[in-house]
Design a protein around this ligand. Structure first.
Ligand code: C2E
Ligand code: CA
Ligand code: CA
Ligand code: CA
Length: 277
């Protein structure tokens, strides 16, 4: 179904008017998707590089349209991001992730940490901290169980605004991670200024291990240590990559070699264990 959905989305001719119509079509369909339960979060495990133990999950948005089939986030997120729809979409994601953390806790799995992706507009939304307060209160989820992932480019667009927003969120106890790290142009001085906890090494470097990715990964790890940040290697697909990052003392691993993003129920049965006894 996924492959079919992809093809149909890609079938639109690159003529401007048709492209615009297609985008409007997708936008309307997305409004409907939020309202009618076509969206779902899948969870990809993040494990301790040393022990292999589960430490959290990244929530990744999935949309199954009744006729288009599965539409990948790389198709619909940029369209939602063109308007205010991304705010509703992003709020749905945060709400759903927190309801899931609360559910897992109720089932006896303990409070899991879930990472959620923030878009550019969402990061700038001044009402975001208050919205998150409401969700945490309503679900009873501790703030430190929610990690927000922001890309380097989001931060560089308007650094002062982004920094003050992130500082407000971090003051509440939320964890903050820089996604796709190494692809932007963050300077050292700038990194030191950011109110963050974690760097996620971009997949492109991870997948260039063994090879030219090694020097970059080593440099990122050294820099992260100097700033007191922890590091996740993202997109780990091979045992050699796992071994490299484990030996380089990277804190966490995420990628197909560890586990793919799966629906919440699958995630619970494959990754979560009831407390002993
Ligand atoms: P991302 O945040 O960098 O997420 C990682 C992407 O890489 C995910 O694709 C994930 O399934 C995929 N991935 C994970 N491990 C591996 C691996 O070992 N190899 C390879 N080749 N890929 C791997 P996905 O789920 O298609 O998401 C694509 C992008 O869409 C995300 O990139 C993120 O930028 C965006 N996205 C997804 N969910 C959300 C959301 O809820 N909100 C926002 N704003 N963006 C989202
Ligand atoms: Ca991410
Ligand atoms: Ca990423
Ligand atoms: Ca996935």
């Amino acid at each position: 179904a996924k492959r079919e959905g992809r093809n149909r989305v890609a079938v639109f001719e690159p003529r401007l008017r048709e492209v615009q119509l297609a985008r409007i079509g997708i936008r309307d369909a997305l409004v409907e998707a939020i309202a009618s339960g076509q969206l779902e979060l899948h969870y990809q495990p993040q494990v301790c590089a040393r022990s292999g133990q589960l430490q959290g999950a990244e929530a990744l948005l999935r949309w199954t349209h009744p006729t288009l089939g599965s539409v990948p986030p790389s198709t619909f997120i940029p369209i939602a991001e063109e308007g205010s729809l991304i705010i509703d979409l992003g709020r749905w994601v945060i709400g759903e992730a927190c309801r899931q953390i609360a559910d897992w806790n109720r089932l006896g799995f303990g409070h899991l940490r879930v990472a959620v992706n923030l878009s550019m507009r969402q990061t700038r939304d001044e009402a975001l901290p208050a919205f998150i307060d409401e969700v945490l209160k309503a679900t009873g989820v501790p703030a430190h169980c929610v990690e927000l992932e922001v890309t380097e480019s989001v931060l560089m667009e308007d650094t002062d605004l982004a920094v003050s927003q992130l500082a407000r969120l971090r003051a509440r106890g939320l964890k903050l991670a820089i996604d796709d790290f190494g692809t932007g142009y963050s300077s050292m001085a700038y990194l030191g200024r950011l109110p963050i906890d974690k760097l996620k090494i971009d997949m492109a470097f991870v997948q260039a291990v063994p090879g030219e990715g090694e020097a970059i990964a080593t440099a990122i790890l050294a820099m992260a240590r100097a700033f007191g940040l922890s590091v996740v290697a993202e997109g780990v697909e091979t045992a050699a990559q796992r071994d490299f990052f484990r030996e380089a003392r990277c804190e966490q691993l995420q990628g197909y070699f560890i586990g793919r993003a799966v629906p919440a129920a699958t995630f619970a049965s494959e990754w979560l264990q009831y407390p002993a006894g």
